[in-house]
Design a protein around this ligand. Structure first.
Ligand code: URA
Length: 250
């Protein structure tokens, strides 16, 4: 492997391109124990020992984070107006990280962030049908005819109707009477595609309205309930294997 020193430092979020050049000029970056002078110096990012202010830097080609996206944050790397999901990564916000697909600004839940373009491409490819499950809070309760329509596929103004979806009403009585009415307006919807505003448009197509939406599962992985909105963690090796499996050729 072979990478320019300034790019290596940027990818590890040590600073912007001009900041890392300045750091190199100041002599606080060393490669193999020797202070570097040239930002264009090529390094082997896997075997060269690079330090910044004396601390070794660990390079990982690919990183994978599960985030519980909060409301009010956009699924983008940069935005002139709103905070982005990448900015929530703080010190882990490497230059090359991006969200895999989008959740609307008002939608919360599972968002994958990575710098693995190949996996992202496969996860988003329409022909792979990676499952996404949403918990939707609706303005009105959902009747059986509407459920059957959602399961069969509805016209949301695209060339073709939506693919069949799985619909599960959350109506179980947990004994909390005051909560029951709300729970009957909650539905779990599993889609095998990802059209723009798809859940909101599907519910609108059957005369309902989404008043709250959270993605609770993606590509065979469930959102970690320990993650508060805005928090994130790395995927485990096992989770990554499940995710890769979910987008194998069908
Ligand atoms: N469906 C929507 O309507 N919005 C999202 O963000 C995701 C699915």
């Amino acid at each position: 492997m072979d990478l320019r020193l300034d790019r290596f430092l940027c990818e590890l979020n040590i600073g912007t391109r001009s900041q890392v050049k300045a750091f190199i000029r100041q002599g606080i970056v060393a490669v193999g124990g020797v202070p570097a002078k040239d930002p264009n110096q090529r390094i082997d990012e896997l075997s060269d020992r690079v330090t910044f202010r004396g601390k070794p830097l660990e390079y990982r080609r690919y990183v994978y984070y599960m985030m519980n996206k909060p409301e009010g944050v956009v699924s983008a790397t940069r935005d002139n107006v709103s905070r982005t999901v990448v900015s929530l990564l703080g010190k882990d916000a490497r230059e090359d990280i991006f969200p895999v697909g989008r959740l609307d600004k008002d939608v919360t839940g599972f968002l994958l962030l990575t710098n693995d373009g190949d996996l992202a491409h496969r996860l988003l490819a329409p022909k792979r049908h990676v499952d996404k499950t949403y918990l939707a809070v609706l303005a009105h309760s959902l009747g059986q005819p509407e459920i059957r329509r959602l399961e069969a596929g509805v016209d949301i103004g695209e060339e073709r109707p939506t693919l069949p979806a799985r619909v599960e009403l959350l109506t179980e009585d947990d004994g909390r009477k005051e909560d029951k009415a709300i729970r009957e307006n909650k539905v779990l919807l599993t889609l095998h595609e990802g059209k723009f505003h798809q859940v909101k448009r599907m519910l609108q197509a059957v005369g309902n309205e989404v008043v709250g939406l959270q993605r609770v599962a993606f590509g065979g992985l469930r959102l970690d309930p320990e993650l508060e909105p805005g928090e994130y963690r790395e995927l485990t090796e096992e989770e990554l294997a499940i995710l890769r499996e979910s987008c194998m050729e069908v």
